[in-house]
Design a protein around this ligand. Sequence first.
Ligand code: AP5
Ligand code: ZN
Length: 215
Amino acid sequence: MNIILLGPPGAGKGTQAHHLVATRDMIQLSTGDMLREAKESGTEMGKRVAEVMARGELVTDEIVIGLIREKLEGDRHGGFIFDGFPRTLPQADALGQLLEEEGMQLDAVIEMQVDDEALVDRITARATCAGCGEVYNDNTKPIPADGVCTKCGEAHEFTRRADDNEEALRNRLMEYYKKTSPLIGYYYAKDMLSTINGLGTVEDVRASIAGVLKG
Ligand code: AP5
Ligand code: ZN
């Protein structure tokens, strides 16, 4: 099964993708994570990408489509979860074409709706385990007092993202409404869109996603 998790920054795409990876043997393809890895590589491309991301703007279609193309050629396990991709109409067209070339199809596009106020609250409270990528939240899932990650069981640093500040977040939201939200109509017209309320607890949202994937 191949699915897209579509939603604004902080909607909970990564959190829900991690759960699907753990329970359904699916593979998470997060272009945000891939781009942050490119940034760590210290290459010229990585440095350019880091500047664009820190401002909260979108990286070029060419770069992200290239990253996804490489991954689709690898192992498939229980299918792919596209997290943060596609983000523009050209990326959506490219994904359709790539899946067709690989003999795969898209099974569901799940739009996670969360209002802007909650997004700002969630993002400014986010922290991530530098060891395993487990996502924490100062309000709803605090960093363990003993500093030991509940997922990997190790005492790694808990990091805050460079683009999790108010100014970058404003740009990220603008980019979402301008360039990504047209995908809602795009997939609705293909009869693939399911919209869920992303505002409940993590467990509520899990249950909504499970409901879509059964149907
Ligand atoms: P990316 O890494 O994709 O970030 P994003 O879309 O802004 O989404 P986030 O990772 O911020 O949020 P999320 O929905 O995963 O929420 P999470 O689960 O962490 O992209 C970053 C940048 O990379 C972009 O700005 C762009 O520059 C570039 N980029 C990436 N892909 C690109 C593409 N395809 N094209 C061009 N450029 C691209 O949750 C957030 C917080 O809320 C956490 O603390 C979590 O614990 C908490 N939380 C989650 N669910 C709940 C809940 N139900 N209740 C309460 N708290 C919750
Ligand atoms: Zn960890």
